[in-house]
Structures are given as C-alpha cells and as structure tokens.
Design a binder for this molecule. Structure first.
Ligand code: FES
Length: 79
C-alpha cells in the first residue's frame, strides 16, 4: 500500500468541457488527471470526478489539503 504523494504547488491548466477525473493520490503520470495509479498502488484513494461546464483556467490542488478540492484554495502556501 502506497502513501499519497503531495505536491507543494497547484497545476494550472486550461480546462475543457466534459467529465474529468482529478488525481488525489499524486502518483498519476498524467497529473492533474487520474490514470488509475491509485488502484495499482493500493493507495485506498479515489479521483475526484467533476463535470466541467465552463471551460477556462483552473488551478488544481496538488497538496491535497484544499477545502475546495479539486481546486486550489491557497492552503499550500501556509503549510
Ligand atoms: S491516479 Fe491518483 S487518484 Fe487515480
């Protein structure tokens, strides 16, 4: 069983419309999206699935401590 890998900065993307699965374990090779690594590494975690209806820039939390996951709320700068 692997521990979650936490980043110290969000990943900023230009998000498109559609259903997206954002990684919460930090082991995905296609961050900020889930690639199934959470399951293979037995992290016990799951991605956060969001239906994006408004395309545009998003900051996706990588420290996994935001109170508005999967989006960054700035908490990484206080850790
Ligand atoms: S690969 Fe990290 S949550 Fe799926």
């Amino acid at each position: 069983m692997a521990e979650a890998k936490h980043g110290n900065q969000p990943i900023t993307i230009n998000e498109t419309v559609g259903k997206k699965a954002y990684c919460t374990c930090g082991h995905s090779m296609i961050l900020p999206y889930c690639d199934g690594a959470h399951s293979k590494m037995q992290t016990g975690l799951s991605p956060i699935v969001v239906e994006i209806t408004n395309p545009g820039q998003r900051a996706v939390c990588q420290c996994h401590r935001s109170e508005c996951m999967p989006w960054c709320d700035g908490i990484h700068s206080k850790l």
